[in-house]
Write a protein that binds this ligand. Sequence first.
Ligand code: HEC
Ligand code: HEC
Ligand code: HEC
Ligand code: HEC
Length: 192
Amino acid sequence: MPHRLTRWGLGLAAGLCLAQAPEGPRILRPADQSALPAGPLSVIARGDEKSQLLLDGKPLEAKRPFATVLTATLAPASGPHTLTLATAGAEQKVQFFAGPKPPAGFQPYRPHPPAAATCDTCHAVKDGEWGFKGTVLSENCFGCHNQKTFATKHSHNEETLAECQLCHDPHGSTEKFHLKMTREIACKQCHG
Ligand code: HEC
Ligand code: HEC
Ligand code: HEC
Ligand code: HEC
């Protein structure tokens, strides 16, 4: 049905802007205002060669799986914390709370299990850029998630679903099922 496809096509084009993470240096995990259980926290940031991560103002020793990609595993004390990504004069800050009884305003954040799926489960450096393993993102997901039970939870065909990151944040989320935005907005990307 060409008419419906066109509508979806347009909706998808508009939705892509909505779905894409803002360009530039950014802390990708955890989300701002996250409440996290006590215990190790795997941080992910996109910066440049000189970017630095700071926890509560103190520089962190970050690993760089690629020149512009920073990761660190923290063990923050219970309480509120500020994570900063400092890049050439600009700073991005994320507030998070570790441990039980987060104050109002902090949303429980669930990381995608970082020990089960490590960076190179999904990522690879390709043509000198930080990119993805394989040609289709979903190849990496079905190594662990059952494609059969998966289909019963999704009302879409395989083609529509192939780009998992349209709806899911593969690093984790404060939304159920690691959705990257509220369910309502996730659907409106294409179903205007
Ligand atoms: C389960 C798969 C998966 C795992 C595991 C994963 N990522 Fe990602 N990552 C993605 C996807 C998918 C995107 C694209 C997200 C989007 O487009 O919204 C992404 C985006 C990124 C980006 C932004 C790239 C850009 O140019 O905007 C960086 C940086 C990144 N990941 C680093 C990491 C690091 C470091 C780790 C390990 C600590 C990691 N990722 C683990 C799937 C994964
Ligand atoms: C069009 C949006 C959308 C796309 C694209 C999408 N998902 Fe989902 N996914 C959802 C929603 C919504 C739920 C919650 C379903 C429910 O309420 O039971 C979900 C649930 C899940 C779950 C948890 C339920 C289960 O079956 O275990 C997994 C895992 C999952 N998705 C993986 C994936 C993977 C892998 C891809 C890419 C191949 C993908 N999703 C693509 C929207 C999407
Ligand atoms: C190395 C194994 C592995 C890979 C690869 C992997 N995951 Fe997962 N994923 C897990 C585990 C373990 C969990 C936590 C247990 C669960 O909820 O099923 C999880 C949880 C999830 C959930 C939340 C399920 C829920 O019920 O809330 C979503 C959504 C999800 N993964 C999406 C993806 C997507 C999208 C990809 C590919 C980009 C991917 N995963 C790749 C192991 C993996
Ligand atoms: C990436 C674009 C995209 C997103 C995001 C999206 N859909 Fe769809 N949806 C489609 C397309 C294309 C079809 C028709 C082809 C198919 O079944 O995949 C469809 C079909 C459907 C159908 C089958 C019934 C029908 O009208 O033909 C349902 C139900 C549905 N979507 C619900 C949802 C829900 C609920 C969400 C949010 C979790 C969602 N969609 C998000 C693109 C999308």
